[in-house]
Design a protein around this ligand. Structure first.
Ligand code: AMP
Ligand code: ZN
Length: 116
């Protein structure tokens, strides 16, 4: 169910780099600002363990930690009342580009639906 670290994975490299600024972190999960934000608030909640896709993440406890960090960060940035969107892109049709699980947290503007 995933290795600890994968050679050549950008998120594994960021997580392991003490110079990279994180928005939040615990023993299992790290939150990073998205380098190409699609909304005024756009951050990524990333498990430390290298798992390629959300469909392969068979660990309820870790899933819970990902979601609770996302909600905590959103609330800390004043998004709790205005709202925010949580997105896992799974595979090619969803446009997944980084194959290390990450939960997008998007907010700070009115988001459209359906997504593109
Ligand atoms: P996805 O398309 O769901 O795989 O999302 C990958 C996300 O990772 C995109 O929103 C990218 O902007 C973001 N990203 C890629 N490289 C970095 C990086 N070095 N630091 C922060 N975010 C990144
Ligand atoms: Zn990785």
């Amino acid at each position: 169910m995933g290795t600890e670290i994968s050679e050549g994975c950008i998120f594994c490299r960021l997580i392991a780099d003490p110079a990279v600024e994180t928005l939040d972190r615990d023993d299992d999960v790290v939150a990073l600002a998205d380098i190409n934000p699609q909304a005024p608030a756009h951050f990524l909640v990333v498990p430390r363990r290298h798992v390629e896709t959300i469909s392969a993440l068979d660990d309820d406890r870790l899933l819970g930690r990902i979601f609770s960090m996302a909600h905590r960060l959103a609330a800390g940035r004043g998004l709790a009342d205005s709202g925010y969107r949580l997105v896992f892109n799974q595979g090619p049709n969803a446009g997944q580009t980084v194959y290390h699980v990450h939960l997008h947290v998007l907010g700070g503007r009115q988001l459209t639906w359906p997504p593109g």
